[in-house]
Design a protein around this ligand. Sequence first.
Ligand code: ADP
Ligand code: MG
Length: 619
Amino acid sequence: QRSKLASTLQNLDGRSYGNYKQIRGRYEFGPVTVFVDRVQVDPFASPSKVRIRINRAEAGFPTDITTDRADRIAASDFLFRVGNEFLHHSNRRAIILGRPGQEVLERTNVIIDDEGFEARLLVNLPARGRRILGHQAADILTRDVPELAQAMFVHSNLARHSSGHESRDSSGDASGQSSSDGSGEASGHGPDGGLREHVQLHRDQLELQNHLGEEGLLAFIGNGAILPRRSGDSDLPMDSSAVAFTSPSSLEHTVTLSSGRSLTGMAIPRGVTVIVGGGYHGKSTILRALERGVYPHIAGDGREWVITEPSATSIRAEDGRAVTGDDISPFINNLPSGTDTRSFTTTNASGSTSQAANLVEAVEVGARTLLIDEDTSATNFMIRDERMRALIPADREPITPFVDRIRPLFTRRGVSTILVAGGSSAFFEVADHVIGLDAYVPQEVTAKAHELVGVDADDLERSNPDQRTVAGSAGPDNTEHESVDTDESVDSGGETFTTPQPRTPTAKALHPSSKTKSAKAKGLGQVQFGKAFIDLAAVSQLIDPQQTTGIAEALEYMAEIFDDRTSLTEALAEVEDMLDAQGVDGLTGNRDHPGHVARPRAQEIAAALNRFRGLRLVE
Ligand code: ADP
Ligand code: MG
């Protein structure tokens, strides 16, 4: 009955737009089911919600790569990209599937469940003025949409449409790493080759990330990786002029994964690592690759084997942000105003206080690794030189610079730092490793740096890092892995990194006055929450506008959790548990079509909550 929807739409031709609502419902097109879940009320409203679904048996995908949860994320991502290619090449602009980037994210756009495969579309139903264009609408919904489903979900069609999907390097191995997996079926040329490779790459990336955790390593950059991007506004790899990454021999690490893939590259251990080098020699580029390394990248990106521990968080100065009740006392104390910095609140933080707030908030949510670039840091937060220490007495200077806190942060809280510092030698004496970049080529220069400042590597305080583990998965629950050092006498500055008081938001503050749809993403860098706007422009590991939508949904979800007793980290843990159990669909109230949402990390959800100017804490 291909024609029931078609004839309805044809009959609606020329009638007023509101009549489109009649087409709500469910339609079968061979093996493809089309659900029209929500119909827009006028041509300028947000597009109509349509789902396409196909049963497992009809789709015919191998179950060995579409059953495991992580495999499903990767396979969904692959089919999402196939669908996008199809829409792009066939120029079907009325149908929106969402835009993939260079990372593989968990999203609602395409899902795989036990029964089958489903894509969530947004469709702009066509109009002339406010009149229905019924014949065009029939073409879109009864021809284009089922064709898209066929292209994405019918296994035997996939080979045709997925050609050209793999970017640049069809072997899927731009970083030149060896793969001993030479079997013809799995090499990308069989009917499900592209899908199988996509899933296998994702498996290997997760296995490498787990391996790093087990070995006490924070990050890995494979030899051959292409770190620089094409331009400041493109996330695509730089062209052939890029210098491929090579590890310094002293930090080189080789791992053979269970797939047989063998990887060699630079492994950054726990502790303090400082990246130095002349201006423009590639320091920030490495740090930016590491900050993206918390997400897996697609084949051909150049960062496939840049893998960072999943809780790693970028910390920068962000003056002007609001801060609510943070304990920044390890860094800032004795303010001339007399303000208590154990519960510091401001509507307009300075460079240094904002950076301190960003840091303690990241640690509160379970960051095990901090990524800090001098380019985006407040100098007075980072360092203070000897002459300044001599000129300004300690009791007149509220700031204890990060250089004095970076080691206790590791020994007391188990939080490591990877830091770019080309302008000051101050961090040499606290660094476990110093990596020097020369024309994008890294060398380990630790011995030289330590010699310059008269430090012996063995003198560095290390509270038996072997007893600590870097958890293999992200999330606030990581804090339970912390073994807090009880020895209070080691720290010289007075304020120590004991676990701060949990912060408990009031239930009321999270319920903005306008009740309906209280949180909404505004592009990548902003969330509207009630009447307030939350600025996320400085949150650099927020990478996809759909994650911002996820954050908006998470804020609404958490608003229901807060009850004047639940702390911020407890609420986040609850959100993470729900996401693990139900996927991103669980974030939204819509049971049928959730819209286009991607999973944000707990760190980025917390970042939004912490920047919300209406946040209030229970005393
Ligand atoms: P730094 O932070 O040391 O000043 P950047 O990381 O900002 O340097 O890099 C400076 C420039 O060099 C950027 O335009 C960047 O794209 C480019 N670049 C970085 N790494 C490489 C590389 N491996 N090959 C080629 N160009 C690179
Ligand atoms: Mg730089």
